[in-house]
Design a protein. Structure first.
Length: 276
């Protein structure tokens, strides 16, 4: 009873401190609390697992700075998964604000022991939206003669046998503008899958493309990214944010329960005190 009394009379600054710690500790060191895996996340993970060593993936990073907090964890998780599967990656950014995030993807590959030019190449920023997509799939070497550093892409071993969309295994697009350009242009190239990732509020739009088979799998928002990290057994920023949210909720729940229990028992405690 004394413990409950102490909880019930916690000063507000103590409560603030508990809440702040509940948020910060998981962010610094993710706990990896289990999250329920949705069917879409399982499907995306399974699609990525199908890549074999040597498969060539065109990775389109296409989003604005305003979506970075939700989408940058996807870059880290996907880079790890692609590297783990031994896939070769051609990275391109089709939004000017996505350029630094594409550089982050390349650096993540390097941290994982992958070599530039052999395991991945970054083509840089490619303007033009659907016109650029059509041109890139038609003739990569003519559309983008040099990489982001100005080096001819033909000099990179990875690009030696990759000329058109027919030489790709899949396109993986992290995109907030919608998959329309890819869904309209990719059908001309046989056996090239489209995997799509975006923010959570695009889910209703993406579902149509999933139902028609135009998109093979999708990853939608921070929650699904946390599920994806759990499947990879590699807790990252998305799972850390889920941990912080869960721990904060548990602190609030504990305080509410303790306070209500104390209030429930308080009358009987008062009567015992009066009797003495």
């Amino acid at each position: 009873m004394k413990s409950l009394n102490n909880v019930a009379h916690l000063r507000k600054y103590t409560i603030y401190a508990l809440v702040i710690l509940a948020m910060l500790i998981p962010l610094v060191k993710p706990i990896g609390l289990p999250v329920k895996i949705t069917e879409d996340t399982e499907g995306f993970y399974a699609a990525m697992e199908e890549f074999n060593p040597g498969d060539v993936v065109l990775w389109d990073i296409h989003f604005q700075l305003s979506s970075a907090n939700e989408l940058t964890p996807q870059i880290t998780a996907m880079a790890y998964h692609l590297a783990q599967r031994g896939a070769k990656c051609i990275i391109v950014s089709m939004h000017p604000e996505a350029y630094p995030f594409a550089l982050d993807a390349m650096e993540e590959f390097k941290r994982l022991g992958k070599d530039y030019g052999t395991d991945m190449v970054y083509l840089g920023y490619l303007p033009g939206e659907e016109v650029a997509v059509a041109s890139l799939l038609s003739d990569m070497h003519q559309t983008v003669p040099t990489d982001y550093e100005g080096t001819p892409i033909a000099s990179h071993p990875l690009m030696a046998n990759v000329k058109t969309g027919d030489d790709l295994t899949a396109v993986v697009s992290i995109n907030t503008s919608g998959p329309g350009s890819w869904t309209r242009q990719l059908p001309s190239y046989k056996n090239v899958d489209l995997l799509y990732a975006s923010i959570a509020n695009t889910k209703t739009t993406i579902q149509t493309y999933l139902d028609t088979g135009q998109i093979k799998a999708s990853l939608d928002g921070a929650r699904c990214t946390a599920e994806y990290e759990q499947l990879l057994e590699r807790p990252g920023k998305a799972l850390a944010l889920q941990d912080a949210s869960s721990c904060t909720f548990l602190v609030f729940l504990g305080l509410v329960v303790a306070g209500n229990v104390f209030q429930r028992l308080k009358p009987s405690v008062s009567r015992k005190g009066d009797a003495k």
